[in-house]
Ligand binder design. Structure first.
Ligand SMILES: Nc1nc2c(ncn2[C@@H]2O[C@H](COP(=O)(O)OP(=O)(O)O)[C@@H](O)[C@H]2O)c(=O)[nH]1
Ligand SMILES: [Mg+2]
Length: 317
């Protein structure tokens, strides 16, 4: 796929958040004007409405306001450029490409609450990893819902990769144990493990995830090599408590943010970047339901897709 195509998907995926920002700061984003009193207030409101978060918004305003006052930023185009730089700098620490080690298999757990997009993301990622020349296997560790196993099997067929599964109600740890053994004996490069997002209650869910960890470590004490929390960007600030909850229970190595296309709250990524105790990379972002709607996270493009009026962007696809 062409870069233009990927850029177009990102840009159209972020349309709702961009719209929300533009509504507040349309004059900032569109064209060059003198800055009047209202612009900074509008900007502040717009940042808050897209879930950038109170603290991050305050810090950004504290940086911009004095520069406007000193006339260092004396028109909307200059303010827009300064805002872009600030936003990008905040996202830069989240950028780290997913690295697959040469363990066979590199074991990746996908965790997160129900409906955030774990199974879909595994399906999309399986395709991308294959395109990079990696062999892939899937493990149906969400044994709580029958549909979850079938859904994963469908992605397996679509990508032509093997899926290790047992029936609904099977022991998740035993499914994953089998999958690691099978992947190892076949020399598979990457094992993508789907997990349940809901059990009877939160404690049980976390206990089960910990159990799957322990069991996998009997086969390979360095596994899992990645534990990725999948977050639905539509939940906005609630994503922050999910990060803390899962990280405490299972030591995350990274995040994937989905459904940026369906939400006007893509700003939550800035709040994630500002979390005081948790510093995790965002490996990928999901900008749609189709197999190609998963892209590596990149700070510059992300901010450009959020703020630009389109003139600067490549053709929309
Ligand atoms: N619009 C959009 N929908 C998504 C995205 N990722 C997943 N979905 C949809 O979200 C729903 C739940 O996804 P699923 O993978 O079953 O979530 P899980 O319960 O965490 O495994 C499905 O309808 C997916 O098609 C995304 O990036 N954008
Ligand atoms: Mg699922």
């Amino acid at each position: 796929m062409s870069e233009g195509g990927l850029w177009g998907r990102l840009r159209s995926g972020l349309k709702k958040t961009r719209g929300q920002l533009a509504e507040g700061v349309g004059n900032l984003i569109l064209g060059e004007r003198e800055i009047d009193e209202g612009v900074l207030d509008d900007l502040e409101t717009a940042l808050l409405l897209t879930d950038v978060g109170v603290e991050t918004t305050a810090e950004i305003m504290a940086d911009l306001a004095p520069r406007v006052k000193r006339k260092e930023l004396n028109n909307t185009r200059a303010l827009h450029a300064a805002l872009s730089v600030l936003l990008e700098a905040r996202l830069e620490p989240l950028v780290r490409p997913l690295e697959i080690n040469d363990k066979q298999p590199h074991v990746m757990f996908f965790v997160g609450v129900n409906g955030v997009g774990k199974t879909t993301t595994i399906g999309k990622l399986a395709k991308q990893l294959q395109a990079q020349g990696k062999s892939v296997m899937l493990a149906a560790g969400d044994t709580f819902r029958a549909a979850a196993v079938e859904q994963l099997q469908a992605w397996g067929e679509r990508n032509d990769v093997p899926v290790v599964a047992q029936g609904q109600g099977a022991d998740s740890a035993s499914v994953v144990f089998d999958a690691v053994e099978s992947a190892r004996s076949k020399g598979v490069d990457v094992l993508l493990v789907d997990t349940a997002g809901r059990l009877q209650d939160k404690t049980q869910l976390m206990d089960e995830l910990k159990k799957v960890h322990r069991v996998v470590q009997k086969l390979d004490e360095t596994a899992p090599h990645d534990v990725i929390l999948v977050l639905d960007s539509g939940v906005g600030q609630n994503a922050l408590s999910q990060v803390n909850l899962f990280h405490e229970a299972v030591n995350l190595t990274g995040l994937i943010l989905t459904k940026l296309d369906g939400s006007a709250k893509a700003g939550v990524i800035f709040a994630i970047a500002a979390l005081p105790d948790v510093k995790l990379p965002v490996f990928y972002i999901g900008v749609g339901e189709a197999i190609d709607d998963l892209r590596p996270f990149e700070a510059h493009d992300f901010v450009r897709a959020l703020l630009d009026d389109g003139e600067a962007g490549a053709a929309e696809t």
